[in-house]
Design a protein around this ligand. Structure first.
Ligand SMILES: C[S@@+](CC[C@H](N)C(=O)[O-])C[C@H]1O[C@@H](n2cnc3c(N)ncnc32)[C@H](O)[C@@H]1O
Length: 236
């Protein structure tokens, strides 16, 4: 197999998902609806491990953006496995970011870390700054950046869905061709796994799938298409 097939930026994350994780059911709402029946406890360490395991291979020097990095629990785990990435941590909370950097340096003293203290407006049209990135990750943060509405409020739900898609488009625009967004977040009664997957497709991603859905936590992702398709989608 060529190197491009395993580590190239056009390889899909879905090839790396373990049997029983990724699948081709993404366009089957009923199947996802059944996953949302509940009955399982939230398990944050298991969820975070699933998010990390879902990442595509990352060659040394790859640029990674963590949106809503907070105190860096995810980033500090990632740097243990990939000590030679260029990490950019984006969060509205400056103090949290400094704590995140400490945790990353405790795990890997030579880690390349840039802090980006800024509040993200999901409705802004510009790509998130500092790109292009090979990978964007986010752990339990996108629902804070584009907060869901109360379940009973239909117009609010539409506003939230639009804001979430807009945020995903901002991420899409910050990726290099073939780059991935893999994120974990809370699902809501009116914003379930299927809505997350539909939002990724609406934002232009391909290879959209869900790698984990247990309790109220899910890991979803997609890839920016390579070549002319990417340019076409982003211009829309
Ligand atoms: C639950 S914490 C994230 C935890 C973190 N990802 C981890 O692995 O430890 C959510 C984060 O989102 C950040 N946040 C919320 N709204 C934001 C916004 N509009 N722009 C940037 N960061 C935001 C908060 O400051 C907070 O640190």
């Amino acid at each position: 197999m060529s190197d491009e097939g395993t580590t190239g930026s056009s390889a899909s994350w879905r090839a790396a998902l373990a049997p029983g994780e990724g699948h081709d059911f993404s366009r089957t709402p009923g199947w996802w609806g059944l996953r949302d029946l509940g009955g399982e406890e939230d398990d944050v360490p298991r969820f975070r491990a699933a998010l990390l395991r879902a990442l595509p291979p990352l060659p040394d020097g790859s640029t990674v953006l963590d949106v809503g990095a907070g105190t860096g629990t995810l980033a500090a785990e990632l740097v243990r496995f990939y000590p030679r990435l260029h990490h950019t941590l984006l969060d509205a909370n400056d103090a949290a970011l400094r704590r995140a950097e400490e945790k990353m340096r405790a795990a890997e003293p030579d880690a390349a870390v840039s802090l980006m203290p800024a509040s993200v407006d999901p409705l802004d049209l510009a790509p998130l700054p500092g790109g292009p990135y090979r990978l964007v990750v986010s752990s339990i943060a996108l629902h804070d950046v584009a907060p869901p509405a109360a379940a009973a409020e239909a117009p609010g739900r539409e506003r939230h869905a639009a804001a979430h898609v807009s945020l995903l488009r901002r991420i899409y625009g910050a990726l290099e061709p073939g780059g991935h967004l893999i994120y974990g977040d809370a699902v809501r009664p009116r914003f379930r796994v299927m809505e997350h997957l539909a939002s990724l497709s609406a934002a232009g991603f391909d290879e959209v799938d869900c790698a984990y859905a247990r309790g109220r936590l899910a890991v979803c992702g997609g890839r920016q298409p390579t070549g002319p398709v990417a340019a076409t989608l982003w211009r829309r």
